[in-house]
Write a protein of this length. Structure first.
Length: 200
């Protein structure tokens, strides 16, 4: 007489184990693939070609006299950074506005001393934030200042020297007509400066 209680193969422990292993493998592959896609996206955004495209779009908006926040941010940078016309043109490395957030990267090529550079960066950042306060669509403004940095071996490399972030709430609190740039580090939502700026 046949045994009716015999299990089907798909009810066996070894079959269930194989299915679990395959399922875990598929999930890991999906997670790994999405992580790689995010890294690829970040690499594309950081590539010189992408930055060049972004800069060309910005120049086009500026020539068309569009008064969008990223254009106004770029104009402030070109006004305050650099001494020659060429330096002023190269001063805007990037200026983007998305979902209420402005992020601008400025380059200062000419630095005489750390002390004068810091004072200049603080003043220029205040001018930038003042302009962003007047833009009602801006909920957050970030200015990243880059400059040539020389290491102890004499090698020069462009790097971040100051990063300042302010939310709309903070911008609204500041009376920029009487504001002392030296207080920027105390009032900003996020403030960072390179140790070289504090060197004597």
């Amino acid at each position: 007489m046949a045994d009716d209680t015999q299990q089907h193969f798909y009810q066996s422990w070894w079959f269930i184990l194989i299915i679990l292993i395959l399922g875990i493998g598929i999930i890991e592959n999906i997670v790994s693939h999405s992580g790689n896609a995010e890294i690829d996206k970040m690499e594309v955004a950081a590539s010189p070609f992408y930055k060049q495209m972004e800069k060309e779009e910005l120049k086009e908006k500026m020539t068309q006299n569009q008064k969008e926040p990223e254009v106004i941010a770029a104009e402030i940078i070109m006004k305050n950074f650099g001494t020659t016309n060429l330096e002023k043109e190269r001063a805007v490395l990037s200026s983007r506005f998305e979902s209420g957030v402005v992020e601008t990267i400025a380059l200062e090529e000419s630095i005489k001393s750390a002390k004068s550079a810091k004072q200049s960066f603080l003043y220029n950042t205040v001018e930038f934030m003042k302009a962003m306060k007047s833009q009602e669509h801006v909920n957050q403004a970030t200015l990243i200042v880059q400059a040539p940095l020389t290491d102890r071996y004499g090698n020069v490399e462009i790097g971040d020297v100051m990063i300042v972030l302010m939310s709309r709430e903070t911008l609204n609190k500041i009376n920029f007509n009487n504001f002392n740039p030296a207080n920027l580090s105390a009032v900003a939502d996020s403030y960072w400066e390179h140790p070289a700026l504090s060197a004597k």
